[in-house]
Design a protein around this ligand. Structure first.
Ligand SMILES: C[S@@+](CC[C@H](N)C(=O)[O-])C[C@H]1O[C@@H](n2cnc3c(N)ncnc32)[C@H](O)[C@@H]1O
Length: 215
């Protein structure tokens, strides 16, 4: 469904990355990951970006000090191609930290295999009835202390793209997202969780940080 818009989407993301949820939120997320998962056993475990699109968030993380390996899962071939182009433009050391795979929210992540999971503007493609299984899978996939950074279009009903794009999308209320993460055994970090209105789209965004309890 993103095949036709991937080029337009990837170009637009360059300006988006100045927004606080990326420019400040991603370094804060890495600080949390390093503070809670820096054990010898977890050293090589990656941060996984589920539905990474054109890999813009991964590109920000890849430039930061002490970042773990980075894996992007993305079902759209056109988006993966856009991601590859962005990664190629990074300094070689940063580019070498990122691996992009054909994958999605349905991809099984091995138990205890991730130091962190980020997922931005993807769960609107997941039905409310499927969220409990997704959050349970993330909880299982994280190492003890592992961190989640979730951003999602927020509210009730469906996303109205004005008939412009062939994209099905459903809104989830903040309360449903935080309750779902809690039900999966994750702790929502209220200091880093809020909603805000996106000035360009006029829609509400849920920004949530959560973690798996430590040892
Ligand atoms: C709005 S874009 C967000 C991309 C990226 N996370 C970002 O913030 O720029 C949504 C992305 O989710 C991908 N996608 C759609 N359904 C998905 C699913 N079930 N699991 C993972 N990704 C999915 C699309 O191909 C698209 O790249």
């Amino acid at each position: 469904m993103y095949e036709e818009v991937a080029g337009w989407y990837a170009a637009g993301m360059d300006d988006e990355m100045a927004k606080p949820m990326y420019a400040e939120g991603l370094p804060d997320f890495l600080t949390r990951v390093l503070a809670t998962t820096s054990t010898e056993a977890a050293e090589d475990a990656p941060i996984v970006d589920v539905g990474c699109g054109s890999a813009d968030a991964l590109a920000v993380l890849a430039r930061l000090d002490r970042v773990p390996p980075l894996v992007g899962l993305e079902p759209s071939a056109a988006m993966r191609a856009a991601a590859a182009a962005k990664i190629e433009a990074l300094p070689p050391a940063a580019a070498s930290r990122i691996t992009i795979r054909d994958g999605s929210t349905a991809t099984e992540l091995e138990s205890g295999s991730c130091r962190g999971i980020i997922c931005f503007f993807v769960v609107h493609h997941v039905a409310a009835t499927d969220l409990p299984a997704l959050f349970a899978a993330w909880s299982k996939a994280l190492v003890a202390g592992g961190q989640i950074y979730l951003a999602a279009w927020e509210g009730e009903g469906v996303v109205d793209y004005g008939g412009k794009y062939d994209i099905d999308a459903v809104l989830h209320p903040l309360s449903a997202l935080t309750a779902g993460l809690g039900a999966a055994g994750l702790v929502v970090d209220t200091d880093a969780t809020h909603t805000e209105t996106d000035p360009d789209f006029g829609m509400s965004i849920a920004i949530i940080k959560a973690h798996k309890p430590g040892l």
